[in-house]
Design a protein around this ligand. Sequence first.
Ligand SMILES: *Cc1c(COP(=O)(O)O)cnc(C)c1O
Length: 361
Amino acid sequence: MTPAQPTVRPPLSPRDDVALMDGYHSPQVDVAVRLNTNESPHPPPAAWREALAAELADVAWHRYPDRAALGLRRAIGELHAVGPEQVLAANGSNEVLQTLLLAYGGAGRTAATFEPTYALHSHIARITGTDVAVGERTDDLALDLEEVGRVLATAEPAITFLCSPNNPTGGVETEETVRSVVDMAPGLVVVDEAYGQFAPWSALAVVDDGTPLAVTRTYSKTWSMAGARLGYLVGPAWLVADLEKVVLPYHLDVVKQAAGRLALEYRDEMEARVAEVIEERGRVVAVLGGLDVDVWPSGANFVLFRPRTRRGETVWQGLLDRSVLVRNCASWPRLDDCLRVTIGTRAEDDAFLAALAEVLG
Ligand SMILES: *Cc1c(COP(=O)(O)O)cnc(C)c1O
């Protein structure tokens, strides 16, 4: 549980724009079935833990880590068939997003988002003093290229955020859509692919030095390493060089660099996990189809759904009463009554589906 808020009146105030902000909230509650934060249901392979432990036994703890994290970036680059100069690694893809906003956003600049999407795009933009231009999606929560064109023409954003598969809707943008947005955008386009491995297509295919496009990825979801806090970006070399100017020196500790580099040696295990999640997703969506809920098509490891005849809040609480925690989006703007469930193990998904059927009566 989150510790209680301080009750003493603080003697100082932060920056005015920060004082007005709400923090980012994702409650951590003790339950039997936790399907609210899109983590992998499985820990990383045991062989990876052993390899990491062996490497850590030899770490020179009195020395700073490799500042450029070259071994890690090389390994990531090999995974995606690019050089290390096209890779920036950071403490979670959230730090990648922050780094992008520190370098290309800031006072007097704008970032565009198309809502509903990942809340941290606009949240981190505001923290860095970047204005946010908010575009709408269609009624079925898909990206609307006319609206994208309108927002980009009026707001002239330095950064345009796409998210594919989009969190929390699960929708995947096509190559054609990504290319059209890149053509329309006056600045950088960032495609957040935190769930990219679960989708049939990746914008990594569009990255090259002549295109102002960056793709962000994370170890948190696919690589079963949310605890490690490691994410990265693949983009043009000139962009990575700019980003390196704003990251803190030695921001990637020696443990994380080793953890991320060694994990990539277990690609087959990871691909097997992804395949299992995709298969489970198909099964969960099929069962949901037989219940009294609307379901959005998903290319990710989660599914957004909306009870047709019950309030989302009531259903969320009913699930929680049965020790199943899903993400409560019911009160989020544009997502009235919606809930988002992470795909778990077969047993977890069965517990969720049984509890949901019971709650829906
Ligand atoms: C989970 C998530 C992230 C966060 O990734 P970290 O690497 O854990 O910081 C980024 N983007 C989206 C869309 C996510 O859902």
